[in-house]
Design a protein around this ligand. Structure first.
Ligand SMILES: [Zn+2]
Length: 351
C-alpha cells in the first residue's frame, strides 16, 4: 500500500495518508517537547519507525537511534556523552549529554553530534552549510542568510587585498607560503577559524538591529557572536535588510575587527581627533557626510559620533572604497588605508 507521511515543523512524523488522501487509522502522532509520544496520539498506525524529528525509534528499548549515540526521550538527554563539544562559547553545549541545548521546540540534532537551527527549502541544515563562511543560530530565513554572507564576502575580499599587499606579514601569519590568501582565508584569519556566529535573538533584548560581541557578552548574546534582534525580521524587515543589511553586516564586522584587535582602532581614532582638530568628525545634528559616501542610513549606519561608531562606518567606506569626493573623504580614506594593515594584524594576533 502506498502511504504518505506528514511531518511537523521539526520533521517529526505526525500523520500518514493513503494514496487517495485518506488518513490511515491511528496514525495521528504528537510528541511532548523532548520526544515522548502523547497518550492517545502515539501513532500506533504510523507505518514507519522514523518518528520524533525523523529519527529511528527503538520502541522495545525506549530510545531513539541518533546515529552517533542513543537518545532517551523520557530523560530528555543522550545516553552517551558526546565526543565533540560543538560550540565551546555556549555553556549549555558543555553538558555533553544535553539534547539541542535544552531547546527542543526549535532545534533538532540530525547527527547526534550537533544541533541544527536553520534549514533550507529541502530540509537541509543550513547552519552546517559549508557554502556559508559564518554560522547562523536562531531562526534565520534564507534571504537574510544570503545577505549576511554577501557582507562577509565583501569584507573578506577587502581584507585579502590588504593582506596580499603585505607578503612578509602574510607569511608570518599563515602557511600559504607565497600563495595569496583567499577572501575566505582572510576573513577567518581576522574573525577566527571557527565560523563566526550570527545569532537571531528572538524577542527583543537588544532593541535596535545589531550588536557585535566579539570581546564581551550581554543582552542575550554570547561572546564571539554578532546578534540581530527581532526588528529586522518583522514588518518590512526583509526589504530593508536586503537593501541596507549588507552594509550593516559590514559595519558590524568593523566593530568586530576593532574588538578582535583589543579596540585599538577606536582608540587610535579618538587620539587622532585630539591630535588633529581638522580630522573629520561626524556632526550628529546635521547630516553632513563629513567624508562618508552618503547620508544615514546607507553609507552611515548610525548617527552616533563616538570613535567606535565612526570607525565602524569608516570600515564600511574602506571595504567598498567608497567616500565622499571631498577633502574630508580623502582624509578618511587615506587614514584607513594607512592603518588597516596594522589593525588587521592586531585582530589576527588576537585569536
Ligand atoms: Zn555600530
Amino acid at each position: 500500500m502506498l502511504t504518505y507521511l506528514h511531518g511537523d515543523h521539526l520533521g517529526s512524523a505526525s500523520l500518514a495518508t493513503d494514496a487517495s488522501g485518506a488518513k490511515i487509522t491511528d496514525s495521528d502522532t504528537r510528541y511532548y517537547p523532548y520526544g515522548v509520544t502523547r497518550p492517545g496520539l502515539a501513532g500506533t498506525g504510523l507505518p514507519t519507525d522514523r518518528r520524533f524529528t525523523g529519527q529511528r525509534e527503538e520502541p522495545s528499548l525506549g530510545f531513539y537511534d541518533y546515529g552517533a549515540r542513543p537518545y532517551a526521550p523520557a530523560l530528555g538527554r543522550f545516553l552517551q556523552a558526546d565526543t565533540l563539544v560543538p560550540d565551546p562559547g555556549n555553556p549549555q553545549s558543555l553538558n555533553r549529554y544535553a539534547y539541542v541545548l535544552g531547546n527542543p521546540l526549535r532545534l533538532v540534532d540530525p547527527s547526534g553530534h550537533k544541533y541544527c537551527d536553520s534549514f533550507d527549502a529541502n530540509g537541509r541544515c543550513v547552519s552546517e552549510n559549508e557554502a556559508f563562511w559564518v554560522r547562523f543560530l536562531g531562526g534565520w530565513g534564507g534571504d537574510y542568510m544570503v545577505a549576511v554572507q554577501s557582507g562577509a564576502e565583501k569584507v573578506g575580499a577587502a581584507l585579502a587585498d590588504a593582506l596580499n599587499g603585505s607578503a612578509r606579514e602574510r607569511r608570518a601569519w599563515i602557511a600559504t607560503g607565497d600563495r595569496p590568501v583567499t577572501a575566505q582565508e582572510a576573513f577567518q584569519l581576522v574573525y577566527g577559524n571557527n565560523r563566526l556566529v550570527f545569532r537571531h535573538i528572538e524577542g527583543d533584548p537588544i532593541a535596535g538591529w545589531a550588536e557585535t560581541h566579539l570581546d564581551w557578552a550581554g543582552n542575550g548574546c554570547y561572546r564571539g557572536e554578532i546578534c540581530y534582534d527581532e526588528s529586522i525580521f518583522i514588518g518590512s524587515g526583509l526589504a530593508s535588510f536586503q537593501r541596507w543589511g549588507l552594509h550593516n553586516v559590514v559595519h558590524e564586522l568593523g566593530h568586530g575587527i576593532d574588538q578582535r584587535g583589543g579596540r585599538q582602532a577606536r582608540a587610535d581614532l579618538a587620539a587622532e581627533w585630539t591630535a588633529n582638530p581638522d580630522f573629520p568628525h561626524r556632526d550628529p545634528t546635521n547630516q553632513d557626510p563629513s567624508g562618508y559616501a552618503g547620508l544615514y542610513f546607507g553609507w552611515q549606519q548610525t548617527r552616533v559620533a563616538t570613535a567606535g561608531e565612526e570607525f565602524a562606518d569608516m570600515f564600511l567606506g574602506w571595504t567598498y572604497n567608497r567616500w565622499d569626493a571631498s577633502a574630508s573623504g580623502a582624509t578618511r580614506s587615506g587614514w584607513m588605508s594607512a592603518n588597516m594593515p596594522r589593525w588587521i594584524a592586531l585582530a589576527v594576533a588576537g585569536d
